[in-house]
Write a protein that binds this ligand. Structure first.
Ligand code: PLP
Length: 304
């Protein structure tokens, strides 16, 4: 039976008339403090109305103060995780983050070769802000020579773009040179993130045109998981058909707001508030609860 046929039959059996939103696959590390990694990815997907599934490349020992250790998933297990998900769900986009080591990077490369995905957003994580190694040296080499060709877009920050290209980046023109070099190396599109620069300009290069996305640098420096969140928001926007520049613009606006609304969770760096749009405000006077429809102001006639 063809995959599509099987899926239709399954939804016929189990469906109850509610169409599923885009299903997005996150491949990355797990940060138990849930500010970065796949936890940030899944929260971002949910905040954008998508359903997230995930395969874990590494289990980190981490709190908001830093990464203490990393334990990589054995590559055969990572392969199984990816296959069991792929044979079950129609995946609208894939987001890749921390890969840990070369063996798991190769599993992801082979996985991308074995399946066709409409959108693959790869945040080429190499080190954490607390300077823990999140991809080993041979893994970085595989990423640069093999993996970046297999993504729709890669989203390095300045240190990652420097590590991948060997270009020292001090200004916007060097960011552009690095983006062009990454495309020469095989990337289809590149977003060099300017969060580490004085002015937080992100540079989008789709292989043809360069777009600079300017943005005010948010005051709070001490944030955690911004890169994961940005790439995941891009994946969500691409999955619903937006263009790369539109996706990057909206993702940047989301990250800025989620930083502005961030609150401390531990004693260290501050995770973003992925759900700032969903804050429950104190009840307005006269509000009552209709159990079947959620909360509605009593003064307003029901819209349905
Ligand atoms: N832990 C995991 C699992 C990650 O994927 C990342 C970044 O991608 C980090 C930690 C580091 O995040 P940050 O540099 O924001 O501390």
């Amino acid at each position: 039976m063809e995959r599509g046929e099987k899926q239709t039959q399954m939804s016929h059996l189990h469906g109850h008339g509610i169409a599923a939103p885009p299903i997005l696959l996150a491949i990355g590390g797990f940060d138990p403090s849930c500010g970065a990694g796949v936890a940030a990815d899944l929260k971002t997907f949910a905040a954008h109305g998508c359903y997230g599934i995930a395969a874990i490349t590494s289990l980190t020992v981490q709190n908001t103060q830093g990464v203490e250790a990393v334990h990589h998933t054995p590559s055969a297990e990572l392969r199984e995780q990816l296959e069991v998900l792929t044979k079950d769900s129609e995946i609208a986009a894939v987001k890749i983050g921390m890969l840990g080591n070369r063996a798991n990077a190769v599993v992801v490369g082979e996985f991308l070769d074995a399946h066709t995905f409409a959108h693959v957003v790869h945040d080429p994580v190499i080190r954490s802000s607390s300077d823990a190694e999140l991809l080993d040296t041979t893994g970085v080499k595989y990423l640069a020579t093999e993996l970046l060709k297999r993504s729709s877009v890669i989203t390095p920050n300045v240190p990652e773009a420097e590590a991948l290209t060997g270009i020292a980046i001090k200004d916007l023109s060097a960011m552009e040179a690095a983006a062009r070099k990454l495309v020469e190396m095989g990337a289809k599109a590149v977003i060099v993130k300017g969060g580490h620069m004085e002015r937080a300009i992100d540079l989008v290069f789709d292989g043809k045109d360069v777009h600079a996305l300017s943005g005010d640098k948010v005051k709070m420096e001490n944030t955690h998981g911004t890169g994961c969140t940005f790439a995941s928001a891009i994946a969500a926007h691409l999955a619903v058909g937006r263009s790369l520049v539109e996706a990057a613009t909206l993702a940047k606006a989301y990250v800025v707001k989620a930083i502005e609304k961030a609150y401390p969770v531990g004693r260290g760096r501050v995770p973003l508030d992925h759900f700032y749009r969903m804050k429950i405000e104190p009840l307005a006077r006269g509000t009552h609860e209709l159990t079947q429809h959620g909360l509605h102001p009593a003064a307003e006639p029901a819209a349905h």
